[in-house]
Design a protein around this ligand. Structure first.
Ligand SMILES: [Zn+2]
Length: 278
């Protein structure tokens, strides 16, 4: 008897919400170089361990009205939101691609993208567990049927790393020759630090993305990420003047769009080019 689709989607959503709960732990602990396995979660307010029934994704937050059971300290709304988002990502991937490896690939990449966006936005760092761990996952999944093969995944990973390496090298060259100026930069130079345009984390992240979307997807990701970065940060810079750009956030956005709509965008672009030929 076939399992009704609603049941499959519900299971995917519940699995996703549980992974989202774990992702919250990763996002909190990895930038602090803490283990994501032990110790078990405690309330930052009173230090009491959080019981399993107070740790059910989304539902516990609602039942506790966003406060610790013991000391009533506020629980960040980020926790249930991430759990809900990742739950929707996993259910959405199955709804979009059908139950199979394509859905698994997309859901894993989107989950990593959310983790990277959160750590990069908050701490300006991309943990190796997300980038290199994700690269290992992308390469492993390339052996599964119905997607990029292992060679395309490896080429994509190399292309992702190489593309950002070139961007970084060019940017750092321009920085070193004083071609890029700004208050923020003067401050960094005064403190005796060596300024850099891109972090190594961005390079490793794009290797991971490439292992999921291939070299064409890498180009699309970088294009969309730059576009989104400029659209968001140009107005912000005009108001605030100083703001380091967490580029990983925008690359994460570009990677998910490339994964879900890459083929469609390339087909549209091709027909656009063809329509211009007289
Ligand atoms: Zn507490």
């Amino acid at each position: 008897m076939p399992v009704p689709e609603a049941v499959v989607l519900a299971f995917a959503g519940i699995l996703g919400a549980m992974l989202g709960s774990f992702l919250n732990v990763c996002v909190y602990r990895l930038p602090r170089n803490e283990s994501v396995v032990a110790p078990r979660s405690r309330c930052p307010g009173c230090g009491m361990p959080i019981a399993w029934y107070d740790n059910v994704p989304v539902l516990s937050y609602l039942a506790l009205r966003g406060r610790c059971r013991h000391c009533a300290a506020r629980i960040s709304v980020q926790y249930p939101l991430v759990e809900l988002a990742i739950g929707l990502v996993w259910a959405g991937a199955v709804a979009w691609f059908g139950l199979g490896f394509a859905a698994l690939r997309a859901a894993v990449l989107a989950t990593l993208a959310v983790g990277i966006a959160l750590t990069d936005a908050r701490h300006y760092t991309i943990p190796d567990e997300f980038s290199l761990g994700g690269l290992a996952a992308g390469l492993a999944l390339s052996f599964a049927p119905g997607g990029l093969g292992p060679i395309d995944a490896a080429v994509g990973a190399g292309a992702g790393f190489a593309l950002l390496w070139v961007v970084k090298a060019a940017g750092d060259w321009a920085l070193a020759r004083g071609l890029i100026r700004g208050e923020e930069l003067d401050q960094v130079l005064e403190e005796g630090e060596r300024p850099s345009t891109l972090g190594l984390g961005d390079l490793k992240m794009m290797a991971m993305v490439g292992s999921f979307v291939g070299w064409r997807g890498v180009l699309l990701t970088a294009f969309l990420g730059s576009l989104a970065g400029v659209a968001v940060f140009l107005p912000l810079l005009l108001v605030k003047r100083r703001a380091p750009v967490p580029f990983g956030v925008f690359l994460a956005f570009g990677a998910v769009v490339s994964m879900v709509a890459g083929d469609w965008l390339f087909a549209w672009y091709r027909s656009f080019l063809v329509s211009r030929v007289p």
